[in-house]
Structures are given as structure tokens and as C-alpha cells.
Design a protein around this ligand. Structure first.
Ligand code: HEC
Length: 132
């Protein structure tokens, strides 16, 4: 329990003092990641997320849950809870790719900077989703 304080302090410090990274900057992903993520999504996610067992992932709740929040929240959610029938089974890299696809589906444009699986970066970056 005592460890919690230094970890939180480190996260706060990282968010204000990291060189080359402005707090609250938008999360980024590349077109290649989004394209590869569509393949992952079609194999691992769309079976439920076609509106049958789970919502299509462009419904208004998606942006109201995740828009303007740290990108880490969405990453944390999908890595812990998805696929709902086999949570956490995908390699981290595939979650990152699927997340890039989700960001694109929800109105974000690809850029030259890849989406990272680095937790500190994901905590600093915001997912500014747009209403599709
Ligand atoms: C076995 C069915 C199933 C599979 C496969 C599945 N999901 Fe889900 N997913 C769900 C259900 C059910 C919910 C709704 C959970 C809730 O609202 O509590 C959900 C919710 C979500 C949400 C939140 C939606 C929102 O409204 O904000 C995201 C994001 C998500 N899933 C991503 C994924 C990704 C990425 C994959 C593939 C790696 C995946 N899911 C695979 C069943 C599934």
C-alpha cells in the first residue's frame, strides 16, 4: 500500500515534466496500424460487435465513454475486459492495433506517429473522438 504514493507522484511528475510531450496532447496512430487493426478487429471482435451480442463500436456511447479522456482508459478497458469471452488473451501489440482501428472508426485521422503501448504515454494522451 505504501508503494501507491510514489507511483502516483511519478505519474504526475511524468505528466508535467516529460521532455517532448505536452500533457493532454492527442493520441496518435498510423494508417498502417489502423489497417492492421481492422484485420485484428474482424478476427477477434466483430463477432460480437456487429450489434448482435455487443454494440457496434461507433454508437454514441463510445464517444461519450472515451472521448476527451486519457487514451489509457480505453487501452486499459480493452486489454482487461475484451474479448469479453476470453479477456486479455491477445498479444499487447494486437490490442494496440485494434485500438488504432477503433480511434479511426470514431473520427480520428491517422498521422505519422504510431500509437504506443507505453502506459505513461497513453496516460498523458487524450482520445479526442468525434461523433461519427
Ligand atoms: C464475446 C463477445 C465480445 C467480443 C469477442 C468482444 N467484445 Fe467488446 N464488448 C462486449 C460486450 C458485451 C460489451 C459491453 C460491455 C458493457 O457495456 O459492460 C463490450 C464492450 C466493448 C467496448 C466498450 C464499448 C462502449 O460502449 O464504450 C469496447 C471498446 C470493446 N468492447 C472493444 C472490443 C475489442 C477491441 C474486441 C476485440 C479485441 C472486443 N471488444 C471483443 C462483447 C465482446
Amino acid at each position: 500500500m505504501r508503494r501507491a504514493v510514489p507511483i502516483i507522484a511519478a505519474v504526475l511528475l511524468a505528466s508535467t515534466a516529460t521532455v517532448g510531450s505536452t500533457p493532454g496532447e492527442a493520441v496518435t496512430f498510423t494508417a498502417e496500424q489502423a489497417a492492421a487493426g481492422a484485420v485484428v478487429f474482424n478476427q477477434q471482435c466483430v463477432g460480437c460487435h456487429d450489434g448482435s451480442d455487443a454494440p457496434v463500436l461507433t454508437h454514441p456511447g463510445v464517444w461519450s465513454h472515451w472521448a476527451g479522456r486519457p487514451a489509457y482508459r480505453l487501452y486499459d478497458f480493452i486489454t482487461q475486459f475484451m474479448p469479453a469471452d476470453r479477456p486479455g488473451i491477445l498479444p499487447r501489440e494486437n490490442y494496440v492495433l485494434a485500438m488504432a482501428h477503433l480511434l479511426q472508426l470514431n473520427g480520428m485521422a491517422a498521422s505519422d506517429n504510431p500509437l504506443s503501448e507505453d502506459v505513461d504515454s497513453l496516460r498523458r494522451q487524450i482520445a479526442p473522438l468525434a461523433r461519427p
